[in-house]
Write a protein that binds this ligand. Structure first.
Ligand SMILES: NC(=O)c1ccc[n+]([C@@H]2O[C@H](COP(=O)([O-])OP(=O)(O)OC[C@H]3O[C@@H](n4cnc5c(N)ncnc54)[C@H](OP(=O)(O)O)[C@@H]3O)[C@@H](O)[C@H]2O)c1
Length: 371
C-alpha cells in the first residue's frame, strides 16, 4: 500500500538583532554561513520591520512521516500528500526541511527538492535539509551507512544537519521498531557518546555540515559535552516545546552551551490518537491563548509560534494545507508585548504530549528527568 504516516512541519522566523547574536554564537561555521545566505536572499524588509531591528529571515519547514507496516500505531496518509506538501512549502518560501529516516518520506522530500531545483525555484545551497539517525542504527558501524542511505533517499551529496533522533538505542535489524513476542520494544546498550563519534566522522567526511541531537535531557547533553575527546558540540537539541511545555530550564541550559533549541509540537502536535492522549488539552483552543490572539488580531497558531521565536527557540510547524503554511510565515510580521509574553509564560504546565513510551524502561529514557 502506497501510504505512510506523515508529519509535515514548517516554521519561519525572523530574528531580532539580539536573538540573531544568540543564534550565531553557537559556533558552527556552516550554520552561520547558512544564516548569512538566508539574510542575503530575504525579501526587503518593511519599514516597521526595519524599525524593529530585524536582521534576517530564516525559513523553516519540516516534514516527517512514519511507515505503515512498521508500526500499526502510525496514522496512514498517502505518500503523495507529503510530496505535494513539500512542493507547496518550497513554493511558499520555506527553505529548511526537517525530516528523518524513521518518517520514511526522505524519498518524497528528495523528489520535491530535485524538481524545484530543476524548475529553477531554488538551488541546493538555498535549502537547509535536516534528517535524523534512527535508534536502530546507533551501533558505530551502522551510522555512516545509515546516513548514506538517507542521502541516497534524499538525492543529496550532503545533509545540512544530521540529528540523533533519541538518546536511546534500539536493536538493529530489519525492523525499525523491533519488538518481542509481547510487543515490548527491543532496546540496545550502545552508548550515545560512541554513536556521536561516528557522527563527527561523517561531518569530517563531508557527508553532513552540522550534527545535533533530539530528545536529550540536560544531563545527557552534559555527558555528551563532557565526553573525553569531543570534537564537535551538538548544534541543536530538537525537543517538544510549546506553551504547555515551555522548556524554560532546558532552554536556559542550551543557551548557556550555545546549543539551539528546536521545538517540535509547537502547535500542540497533530494529536494522532496512537501517540497522543485524546483527553489532553487542545493547545490552539486554549482560552488565554485565544484572548492574546484576538488582542493581537492574529491566529492562535501564529501566537504560539511567535511566543517561541521571541524566546530564541526555532519552531517547527507541521501542516499539509497551503493556507496554513502561508499563514505561519506571518510569524515575522508582528511582535508580542512583554505583557503578552508574561501572560503566555503563565500557560506552562510542563505537560508533554509525546512521551515516547516505546523507549520507556531504558536507562537513557530522557523524560524522567525534570528537564
Ligand atoms: N524529533 C522528534 O522526536 C520529533 C517528534 C515529533 C515531531 N517532530 C518534528 O516536528 C514537526 C512538527 O511537530 P508535530 O507533528 O508535533 O506538529 P505541530 O507542528 O505541533 O502541529 C501540527 C498541527 O497544527 C496544525 N496547524 C498548522 N498550522 C496551523 C495554523 N496556521 N492554524 C491552525 N492549525 C495549524 C496542523 O494542521 P493540518 O494537519 O490540518 O494542516 C497540524 O494538525 C514534525 O513534522 C517533525 O518534523 C520531531
Amino acid at each position: 500500500m502506497a501510504a505512510s504516516c506523515h508529519y509535515w512541519a514548517m516554521a519561519l522566523f525572523k530574528i531580532q538583532s539580539s536573538e540573531y547574536v544568540n543564534q550565531i554564537s553557537f559556533g558552527q561555521a556552516e550554520y552561520v554561513a547558512y544564516l548569512q545566505r538566508a539574510e542575503g536572499r530575504m525579501s526587503p524588509l518593511s519599514e516597521p520591520e526595519q524599525a524593529a531591528g530585524f536582521l534576517q529571515v530564516m525559513r523553516h519547514c519540516s516534514c516527517c512521516l512514519c511507515s505503515p507496516g512498521v508500526s500499526a500505531s502510525y496514522k496512514l496518509v498517502p505518500k503523495s500528500k507529503s510530496l505535494e506538501a513539500a512542493h507547496l512549502a518550497i513554493d511558499a518560501g520555506y527553505r529548511h526541511i526537517d525530516t528523518a529516516y524513521a518518517y520514511q518520506i526522505e524519498e518524497e522530500i528528495g523528489q520535491a527538492i530535485q524538481s524545484k531545483i530543476k524548475a529553477g525555484v531554488v538551488k541546493r545551497e538555498d535549502m537547509f535539509i535536516t534528517t535524523k539517525l534512527w535508534c536502530t542504527c546507533f551501533r558505530p558501524e551502522l551510522v555512516k551507512p545509515a546516513l548514506e542511505k538517507s542521502l541516497k533517499n534524499l538525492q543529496l551529496d550532503y545533509a545540512d544537519l544530521y540529528i540523533m533522533h533519541y538518546p536511546v538505542p534500539m536493536k538493529s535489524g530489519d525492523n525499525d521498531f523491533p519488538v518481542d513476542e509481547k510487543g515490548k520494544s527491543l532496546l540496545d546498550t550502545v552508548d550515545f557518546c560512541d554513536t556521536w563519534e561516528m557522527l563527527e566522522k561523517c561531518k569530517d567526511a563531508g557527508l553532513v555540515k552540522s550534527i545535533g541531537v533530539s530528545n536529550f535531557n540536560h544531563k545527557q547533553l552534559e555527558r555528551l559535552l563532557n565526553k573525553p575527546g569531543l570534537k564537535y558540540k551538538p548544534v541543536c537539541n530538537q525537543v517538544e516545546c510549546h506553551l504547555y511545555l515551555n522548556q524554560s530550564k532546558l532552554l536556559d541550559y542550551c543557551k548557556s552551551k550555545d546549543i539551539v533549541l528546536v521545538a517540535y509540537g509547537a502547535l500542540g502536535t497533530q494529536r494522532y490518537k496512537e501517540w497522543v492522549d485524546q483527553n489532553s488539552p487542545v493547545l490552539l483552543n486554549d482560552p488565554v491563548l485565544c484572548d492574546v490572539a484576538k488582542k493581537n488580531k492574529r491566529s492562535p497558531a501564529l501566537i504560539a509560534l511567535r511566543y517561541l521565536v521571541q524566546r530564541g527557540v526555532v519552531p517547527l510547524a507541521q501542516s499539509f494545507k497551503e493556507n496554513e503554511m502561508r499563514e505561519n510565515l506571518q510569524v515575522f510580521d508582528f511582535q508580542l508585548s512583554p505583557e503578552d509574553m508574561k501572560t503566555l509564560d503563565g500557560l506552562n504546565k510542563n505537560f508533554r504530549y509525546l512521551s515516547a513510551e516505546f523507549l520507556a524502561g531504558h536507562p537513557e529514557y530522557p523524560f524522567s528527568e525534570e528537564y
